[in-house]
Design a protein around this ligand. Structure first.
Ligand code: G3P
Ligand code: CA
Length: 264
């Protein structure tokens, strides 16, 4: 496992744009990713899943129903699982109108497109593998996509800032075996008894903010890992977590979070 991550000083707290700057633009679209970059997020978080034809796409839910017009365009294909649609079909969908009319025409991006956008700016990537247990082969596919872009996986400090995380800890252990130079994180809150084992392969523990108590933060740090709670959108809670010594915060409002970090 990589070297332990030191406890961050308050001003080093990472700003992580959740599903892009998703308070202001449709989650997991290029518009939200670009806005996260414009808001100077240290990392932009996205959710990656796999289509019927094995392509990596960026969507949060396991179905397309909530964040696209799949129900209108494909009325007889319910429940609109991502794994039942090809990339070509998914590319016909509107992934922006549900948020606001100005985003009409936003598409479901591929992971490759998000990497292309981020490569042109300073923000890194927090890549969540969402429900990887649904998608045979997805561990190797994500590793291959990243390996094809050496700037993200080069084994030195000039590598772009990249973390791969998942609620599926077996996926994270397997991914770490494939690309041991890439930082990884487990989502959720391993028990104190589980932290020692998690620390053998993971660099981060990223829990719901309700679990980020001072005691739990200290326990994660004691095992040499960093802690980045989600999803924190209100300034008072941001301030409280910064004061408790978290290493990063995952927020739909990266602009508000930056202000709070700089005021700390
Ligand atoms: O990055 C943490 C957070 O995204 C996990 O929850 O459901 O928003 O993917 P969810
Ligand atoms: Ca996520």
């Amino acid at each position: 496992v990589a070297a332990p991550v030191a406890t961050a000083a308050k001003t080093d707290v990472a700003t992580i744009a959740h599903r892009g700057a998703s308070a202001y633009a449709p989650e997991n679209t290029l518009a939200a990713v670009r806005l996260g970059v414009r808001m100077r997020a240290d990392l932009v978080e996205i959710d990656v899943q796999q289509t019927k034809d094995g392509e990596l796409v960026v969507v949060h839910d396991n179905t397309l129903a909530r964040t696209t017009d799949a129900e209108q365009k494909f009325p007889d294909r319910g429940p609109w699982r991502i794994s039942d649609f090809t990339l070509a079909e998914i590319r016909t969908l509107d992934a922006g109108s549900w948020k606001a009319p100005e985003f009409a025409g936003e598409r479901v991006p591929t992971l490759a497109e998000v990497l292309d956008v981020l490569q042109r700016g300073p923000s890194g990537l927090l890549l969540e593998a969402k429900s990887p247990e649904l998608y045979p082969g997805i561990t190797e596919r994500i590793a291959d996509e990243l390996r094809a872009r050496p700037s993200w996986v080069r084994p030195d400090p000039k590598a772009r800032n990249l973390v791969v995380q998942s609620f599926n800890w077996d996926f994270i252990r397997d991914f770490h075996g494939l690309l041991p130079g890439v930082q990884v994180g487990v989502l959720g809150a391993p028990s104190e008894a589980e932290l020692a084992e998690v620390a053998t392969y993971s660099n981060q523990v990223n829990p719901n903010h309700a679990q980020a108590t001072p005691e739990y933060i200290a326990a994660v740090h004691a095992h040499g890992m960093s802690i980045n709670p989600y999803t924190v959108n209100e300034a008072p809670l941001m301030r409280a977590l910064i004061d408790r010594g978290v290493d990063g915060i995952i927020s739909d409002r990266p602009d508000v979070l930056r202000e709070q970090i700089h005021a700390a």
